[in-house]
Design a protein around this ligand. Sequence first.
Ligand code: BGC
Length: 664
Amino acid sequence: MDIKKLTAKEKLRLICGKDFWHTEDFGGKLPKLTVADGPVGLRVVKQRAADGSETAYPATPYPSVQLLANTWDRACARKMGAALADDCLERDVDILLAPGVNIKRTPLCGRNFEYFSEDPLLAGEMAKAYILGLQENGAGACLKHFCCNNLEYDRLHQSSDVDERTLREIYYVPFEIACEAKPVSVMCSYNRINGTYGAEYKKGFVVLRKEFGFDGAIFSDWSAVRDRTASLKAGLDLEMPFCEENYQKLCKDFEEGRIAEAELDACAERVLELISRCKEMREGKKPRRSEAERRRIAQEIAAEGMVLLKNDGTLPLAAGARLAVAGCYAQPSDMGMLRGAGAAAVNREGEAFSVPGCLEKRGYAVTFEPAFSYDGIDSFHQDAHRAAELAAESNVSVLCVGLGEKFERESADRETLRLPLVQERAILASAAVAPTVVVVFAGAAVDMSAWADKVSAILFAGYPGAGGDEALASLLSGENNPCGRLSESFPRSLADCPAAREDGISAGVTRYAEGPDVGYRYYSTHHVPVLFAFGHGLSYASFAYRDLTAEADENGVSLSFEVCNTSERAGKEVAQVYVRACAPVVYRPARELKAFEKIFVKGGGCEKVSLSLGRRAFAHWSAAEDGWRVSDGAYEILVGASSEDIRLVRKVWIKGGRFSLFPL
Ligand code: BGC
């Protein structure tokens, strides 16, 4: 529709939304857009109670975004986006309020299960693929939360105080990369960025539009607007949900001349454009995958994302073994144990999940004992000792522990990285009497240092969606070969994580004092050992890297190397390429991920991997020059299986901006 057909009053109404989940349609004069959460399963709200709590329709549950990121596989993200688009089409949803790409600055952030990674390249690449999958199948994306919403603590007020270089190198990057997929919308964050509310963050909105090529509409987070006039002037196009008070104040400001019509038109035009773009995107599209297929996709992604952290050979389980399966997570009485809470929650009503059942089906002799209860985690009505009693009578104990919506949720951060004490004790008791495999259901890093060295194997199962029990059993039994890799570091303790220290936090302000040293960038630079490194993950196969060759030209460096499977079993490896500046002119972290690829290699086979590193892979954000700068000097290209497991190194030289290779 042409904006000229709308009165000023209508334009003011258009940029304020219709209700909680719809854009304004003027009684049918305009098509109406329906928006809905969430990233890992559609949350179409059926009813809202007076206290604000909502009941959603049951929907296909996909693995948490963290588990998706652990696949390190762009194809998985694209598949998940495509499947979610089918869910949207079925429920008449035009825009899915996802994905969230906030960086995991601290492992305590209550919403980490909804986010991809501590690394901006991995987060951006996976989000880009997810958005492509969603939008090419008819549903719009809403990239969120722009930006620096890295804690839930006092999220409506807290200011994230970040220097410009860190913003550019870490916090903006996932948005920058994801914008290549042309998301139809971006959602601002609740928090302030260097003192300015996310809804009024004009400087950032300009970067999004002018530098990152974002050409969609900017939404508020729900009720994040304090001053609609200020947010309009900053370039926030659509306030959601409708708020009468803000709308009245906006009208008054307009009538009294505080808003120019051209300013109003800029936002209203983008909302109109959003409506027509979404309707076009959807035209003629029908769900292409049946519900059963979508569930199968969820299961496949879960099997690709679960990470084998440790294994002394107990896994895969020997055929026909006597297994003591313990822990209430193995057969949850409440599906909330297998997800976080808030906008990313999925209603999994009526769904069954049984690890003992899936193992029994595979020919194991299984006994099951919940051993501790989710509801009474801090009470003494627990039977943790039963886990050990059963373990003593088995060949292998499979202990299923975890967190869930009581621990990981929107609006609150975790207080500890450790599991509840009763679970740690059950693990130690079991490990004392039988080879113990610990399966962890959680959406973020867990401090396992109290027990990791006592157990035989650890499998990080994340929050799997539909078919997660089958996916897990297929990995434990060896039917599938584990190939997930950690998308975040697992530190030895919270005290090791610079961003989790309290000294940067005061009432109202969180100072990002660690600068670009987020996650593995910090641990590797400062030689702080971690329990499991970023990028780590084992397989039942083993891989060797060889024959790194490089070619340099004016645009950067092209690499190729071989990944060889030194076992008889086929498997997948994630080859990771990091860059290190050897004698930098400004502070640089000791290594930064600049490329990655997941590859399938058959038993005994070799695959050639070719990757290229452009100029940006060597650049830093120069605060002095207000732009990206590639400094002359030597750089190391590190190829490996994790941030701490580097297998091949090649040095390159940049002189006068030109790349050349160091002689070998
Ligand atoms: C969350 C968003 C979500 C929105 C709508 C907010 O509280 O921060 O991520 O999309 O609510 O439910």
